[in-house]
Design a protein around this ligand. Structure first.
Ligand SMILES: Cc1cc2nc3c(=O)[nH]c(=O)nc-3n(C[C@H](O)[C@H](O)[C@H](O)COP(=O)(O)OP(=O)(O)OC[C@H]3O[C@@H](n4cnc5c(N)ncnc54)[C@H](O)[C@@H]3O)c2cc1C
Length: 499
């Protein structure tokens, strides 16, 4: 076996695969090593009771012609053979806050009109808010795919502005404050910490247009993998990287759990930086760097239930439905184990053959790792009856909460499958099953960014922890990481069709 490569990529999440495509197109011989049986990380799918569930990407934004992700998807050929369904223009996300529903329409002019309708006396605040979102996004060149000499963004004050503080500063209307904050679950927002620029990027991403992937997210992983292989690269699964062999501050080889050794000039890790540090022996990387990576605060983990329904029992909803029991949408900030669950995010599988009904839905909410910590040392599928009981009990509680708004769920569930913080930890390699990796804190903006470069000369980071999570954030991270090899502006020109 030829084990010498130009670049080894650890982890086949979206970021690892995108880097594999970019670099293999440029003639680098690339190897992707994935610890799981299945590629994709959060793009992984699984089948149960007649449903194929996507585990980690339920919807994506800015996919209309000319928008950021649309250009990125064209560049990665992700429109070839994969379809996307645009969510409802008059409400891609529905927020039920303490019993009252609010719709987020697609497009900022529609969004404003809808907000004026809900809050007629708050026009000035709404205008100000939308202008600030646009202003913040317009200052982040890389998210607009504008050429930036070193890929960094000049966003100045926005980095150190708290989202909740800003929203409070523009209106005294407590319900409007909640509605404008409502999309924070998709960045695992924390009221006291989340910066406004993250809020702005995420809101802008989904409000400009929102789509679901038809079929499943595994199609994206497969498409990227196929191109890497076509370009002469390799993608190996069941290859957990356990050790980076380092001499003179340079990685000479990579060792996997099954005792294989692979050689490359450069290594890219698509794995959480703290987990990457575990692959490096004591004394082989600067202590302060290791400590900084290991001590990063991460977003709270999650609990998900994937449900198969009887045929024709629930009409397909072309939107996400978000429920908040309290008059407060910042669930991660007041999460209380004893009162759990007080929130859920419901998403539907797109029906086959034009049926009006969906057979497959998912419920997702936060859960702290501490609640499953007592089983953390036990292997998957061998955690015992008490773990199974815990999963069942919690799943039923979450389903019961959703049944209040969706009575169709009662007596129509064929089966369900549960993901706990341990599932996310084990399948993604994120510390304590963190939902989106590192948490951004407006009080410490410099620490919110992780450079693709590390303290080891030929080790680079990519993926959701570099800049931002999600389809958008990870794609931008891939551009920044590969930019270290081929130049950020060169990649941006190609994405913009100028090369
Ligand atoms: C439940 C959930 C819902 C989400 N919903 C959305 C959404 O609706 N829209 C959106 O845009 N984003 C969403 N996200 C976020 C998005 O899915 C992620 O930000 C993104 O997919 C992360 O990609 P990544 O490349 O950083 O890494 P990951 O997907 O985390 O992949 C890392 C890979 O590295 C592998 N790995 C770990 N350790 C090793 C090792 N030692 N050796 C080899 N391989 C290793 C893992 O097995 C994994 O395959 C969601 C995430 C989750 C978890």
């Amino acid at each position: 076996m030829d084990k010498q490569y130009d670049i080894i990529i650890i982890g086949s999440g979206l970021g690892g695969l995108q880097c594999g495509v970019i670099l293999s197109r440029k003639g680098y011989k690339v190897l992707v090593l994935e610890k799981n049986k299945q590629i994709g990380g959060s793009l992984q799918t699984f089948k149960r009771n007649g449903c194929t569930f996507s585990t980690g990407i339920h919807y994506i934004g800015s996919l209309d012609e000319g928008q950021t992700l649309n250009k990125i998807f064209k560049y990665f050929k992700l429109f070839d053979g994969i379809e996307y369904k645009r969510l409802n223009s008059d409400g891609f996300d529905i927020f039920n806050i303490d019993g009252t529903e609010y719709h987020f329409p697609i497009g900022f002019s529609n969004f404003k009109k809808q907000m004026y309708d809900y809050f007629p006396s708050e026009k000035d605040a709404i205008d100000k808010y939308v202008a600030e979102i646009k202003n913040t996004v317009n200052n982040q060149d890389i998210y607009l795919l504008k050429n930036a000499e070193n890929g960094s963004s000049a966003i100045g004050k926005h980095l150190s502005m708290n989202a909740w503080d800003y929203i409070n500063s523009i209106t005294k209307n407590t319900r409007l404050q909640q509605v404008l904050s409502a999309l924070n679950f998709v960045y695992a927002g924390v009221k006291e910490k989340s910066p406004f620029y993250i809020h702005a990027l995420i809101n802008n991403h989904f409000i400009t247009s929102s789509y679901r992937i038809v079929g499943n997210t595994g199609l994206i992983a497969k498409k990227l993998k196929d191109e890497i292989i076509e370009n002469g690269g390799d993608v190996h699964t069941n290859k957990k990287v356990v050790n980076l062999v380092i001499n003179n501050n340079k990685i000479s080889s990579v060792e996997t759990k099954d005792h294989n050794k692979y050689f490359a000039n450069n290594i890219i890790s698509d794995v959480h930086p703290a987990t990457t540090m575990d692959m490096i022996g004591e004394g082989l990387i600067k202590k302060s760097f290791r400590k900084r990576m290991k001590n990063k605060e991460n977003t709270m983990s999650a609990f998900g239930v994937h449900i198969s329904l009887k045929k024709n029992s629930l009409k397909y909803i072309n939107a996400n439905y978000n429920y908040y029991k309290r008059d407060d949408v910042w669930y991660a900030s007041y999460y209380d184990e004893k009162l759990w669950p007080e929130h859920y995010f419901l998403h539907c599988g797109i029906p086959e053959k034009e049926s009006e009904y969906t057979n497959c839905i998912g419920l997702l909410t936060h859960m702290k790792f501490e609640e499953v910590a007592r089983w953390e040392e036990l292997p998957v599928n061998k955690r015992g009856d008490d773990y199974e009981e815990f999963k069942n009990k919690k799943a039923k509680m979450l389903i019961e909460l959703a049944t209040k708004n969706f009575p169709q769920l009662r007596n129509n569930i064929v089966g369900f499958n549960v993901s706990t913080p341990l599932t996310y930890r084990d399948y993604l390699g994120t510390p304590m099953g963190s939902l989106y990796g590192t948490l951004h804190n407006f009080k410490n903006p410099a620490d919110s960014y992780i450079s693709p470069r590390t303290k080891i000369s030929n080790l680079f980071f990519t993926g959701q922890n570099i800049n931002l999570h999600g389809m958008l954030g990870v794609s931008v991270s891939s551009i920044l990481t590969c930019g270290e090899f081929v130049g950020v502006n060169k990649i941006l020109k190609e994405i913009n069709g100028q090369a």
